[in-house]
Design a binder for this molecule. Structure first.
Ligand code: NDP
Length: 284
C-alpha cells in the first residue's frame, strides 16, 4: 500500500518558513511585501482560488491587494491597471487570475506584466529562463510537485519520469524541472499511442491531464511515485484527480491524494515567488 504524500502538511511547512523569513525582512529592512491579485468577471472557481490566495498572503505576512474588475472590462482598461501595478513599489508580485473572459487576450495581458513581478512565471522571459535552468521564479504547480517528490526522499536523478500532459502551465515546465534534476523524461499527450505502456515505465509519474481517473493501477509500475495534478469537478460536486487513487495506491510506493495533494502546494509556491520578488528588490 502506498504512503500518502500529505500536500497540506508539506505546504504548511513551506508557508511557515516563508512567514519566518518575512518577519525577519520586516524587522531588518522595515519593508512590507505585497501581492496584487487581479480577477475579472464572476467565475466561481476563480473566486475561490483568489480567496485562498488572499488567505495565504495573510498567513505569511504579505499585504494582498485585490482588484476585482467587472466582466465587461476592456483590454485597454486591464492593461492600464497592469501598467499601474508594474510601477507600484508596494506591489512585489502581480497575479492575473486565469481564465479571463473570452474578449480579453490572455497572452497580451501576461506579456504586459513586468517579468520581475510575474510570480506565476507565465511571462515568456520567465518561461525561457525555466528552459535554461536559470530561474528566479518557479512555475508554481510544477515547483510544488518537486517539493512533494523531495518530501518522499526519492532521488530523481537517473529515474524514468513520465509526465502526462504538455500544457504550458503544468506539463511542459514540469518536464523541464524533472530534466534539470537529471530525470529521464518522457512527455505524453492526447496523441501518445500507448499511454499505458509509457506510464508503466515510470519510476516517477506526474499526471496533469484533466481527465478524471485516467491513470489506473494496472498502468503503473510497482513502487512508482505517483503525483496527481488533476483537479476535476465531478457531477456530484466532488473533486477528483487524473489518477484512479483506489487502484493506484495498491501499486505505488507514494501517492498524492486529491484534494490535499498538489493543490495546496501551488499556492505555497506562489508565496515563495512573491518573497523572491521582494528580496530581489531589496538587493537592488
Ligand atoms: P490542459 O487542458 O491545458 O492540458 C491537458 C493535457 O493533457 C494536454 O497536453 C492534453 O494533450 C493531455 N491529454 C488530454 N487527454 C489526454 C489523454 N486521454 N491521454 C493523454 N493525454 C491527454 O490542462 P492543464 O495542464 O492546465 O491542467 C491539467 C489538470 O491539472 C487539470 O485537471 C487542471 O484542473 C489541473 N491543474 C491543477 C492545478 C493545481 O494547483 N493542482 C494547477 C493547474 C492545473 P494535447 O496537448 O495533445 O491536447
Amino acid at each position: 500500500m502506498a504512503k500518502i504524500i500529505d500536500g497540506k502538511a508539506v505546504s504548511a511547512q513551506v508557508k511557515e518558513n516563508i512567514a519566518k523569513e518575512v518577519a525577519q525582512l520586516k524587522e531588518k529592512h522595515g519593508i512590507s511585501i505585497g501581492l496584487a491579485v487581479v480577477i475579472v468577471g464572476n467565475n466561481p472557481a476563480s473566486r475561490i482560488y483568489v480567496n485562498n490566495k488572499k488567505k495565504a498572503c495573510e498567513a505569511v505576512g504579505f499585504e494582498s491587494f485585490e482588484y476585482a474588475l467587472p466582466e465587461e472590462t476592456t483590454q485597454d482598461e486591464l492593461l492600464a491597471l497592469i501598467d499601474k501595478l508594474n510601477a507600484d513599489d508596494k506591489v512585489d508580485g502581480i497575479l492575473v487570475q486565469l481564465p479571463l473572459p473570452k474578449h480579453l487576450d490572455e497572452k497580451i495581458v501576461i506579456d504586459n506584466i513586468s517579468p520581475d513581478k510575474d510570480v506565476d512565471a507565465f511571462h515568456p522571459v520567465n518561461v525561457g529562463k525555466i528552459m535554461i535552468g536559470d530561474y528566479s521564479f518557479l512555475p508554481c504547480t510544477p515547483a510544488g510537485v518537486m517539493e512533494l517528490i523531495a518530501s518522499t526522499g526519492v532521488e530523481i536523478s537517473g529515474k524514468e519520469c513520465v509526465v502526462v500532459g504538455r500544457s504550458n502551465i503544468v506539463g511542459k515546465p514540469m518536464s523541464m524541472l524533472l530534466l534539470h534534476k537529471s530525470g529521464t523524461v518522457t512527455i505524453c499527450h492526447s496523441r501518445t499511442k500507448d499511454l499505458a505502456a509509457e506510464c508503466k515505465r515510470a519510476d516517477i509519474l506526474v499526471a496533469a491531464v484533466g481527465v478524471p481517473k485516467l491513470i489506473k493501477g494496472d498502468m503503473i509500475k510497482e513502487g512508482a511515485v505517483v503525483i496527481d495534478v488533476g483537479m476535476n469537478r465531478l457531477e456530484d460536486g466532488k473533486l477528483c484527480g487524473d489518477v484512479d487513487f483506489e487502484s493506484c495506491e495498491k501499486v505505488a510506493s507514494y501517492i498524492t491524494p486529491v484534494p490535499g495533494g498538489v493543490g495546496p502546494m501551488t499556492i505555497a509556491m506562489l508565496m515563495k515567488n512573491t518573497l523572491t520578488a521582494a528580496k530581489k528588490k531589496i538587493a537592488l
